[in-house]
Design a binder for this molecule. Structure first.
Ligand SMILES: [Zn+2]
Length: 223
């Protein structure tokens, strides 16, 4: 029989996500960001001390505080719903009824199994049913959900669901192509491989719309 720890190691090493939402506890926001930074600072200090580092050295003296701030305010800042971008939408007055694709949105996220970076590009598309969204909002939505401990499949789905809610249509799709540094720099150390995930909603489940979207992604943008 396998021990729990072994089972959890296996799940993590194989990058299997267990649920569609980020596994947050109910009390996740009972303490303030500043209280979290104070607490994480001590935790990072403890990790470095255990590793045998000399924390009086000028170079790493500030590391615990720097890492704590970075965790709470930057790379995991998207856990806090207060930071969710307002997805302001507009009426589609010019009646553009074709597909709109926002491609090559840079993704910086963090693998929740190893806490190492996931770096890549997201391509997002929707077909308006009368409502449109500001282009930069699509980038902001990608950024917001990226700034969490993540699995790529969940990130892809969350982006689609958020846009479906904002636009009031199921016709939304997202493809993410990203490198996982936990695969590229450790473990199997394969620096070339990348992971592609996709979520196709509504009309994008039909081969023609899907093909059109994937063809746009391949277009080389020259300017
Ligand atoms: Zn990983």
């Amino acid at each position: 029989m396998k021990h729990n720890e072994e089972i959890h190691d296996e799940i993590g090493d194989n990058h299997i996500g267990s649920c569609a939402t980020n596994p947050l506890r109910e009390d996740a926001f009972d303490i303030t960001d500043d209280e979290k930074i104070e607490s994480i600072k001590k935790d990072v200090e403890s990790i470095l001390l255990t590793l045998g580092m000399d924390l009086t050295d000028d170079s790493i003296k500030g590391t615990p505080n720097r890492v704590a701030k970075m965790f709470v305010k930057e790379i995991f800042g998207g856990l806090n719903p207060a930071r969710k971008p307002k997805a302001s939408t507009f009426d589609n007055n010019y009646k553009y009824g074709e597909m709109l694709v926002e491609k090559n949105i840079i993704v910086y996220s963090t693998c929740e199994h190893h806490l190492l970076p996931i770096i890549g590009r997201a391509h997002v598309a929707y077909i308006s049913n009368g409502t449109v969204i500001g282009l930069s909002k699509m980038n902001r939505i990608v950024e917001y959900y990226s700034k969490r401990p993540q699995v790529q499949e969940r990130l892809t789905m969350q982006i689609v669901q958020e846009l479906q809610n904002a636009l009031g249509t199921k016709d939304v799709a997202c493809v993410i192509d990203a490198k996982h540094l936990c695969v590229n720099s450790r473990g199997i150390s394969d620096i070339e491989s990348s992971t592609v995930t996709s979520e196709f909603g509504g009309k994008f489940k039909e081969p023609q719309a899907r093909r059109e979207f994937l063809d746009y992604i391949k277009l080389e943008t020259k300017f």
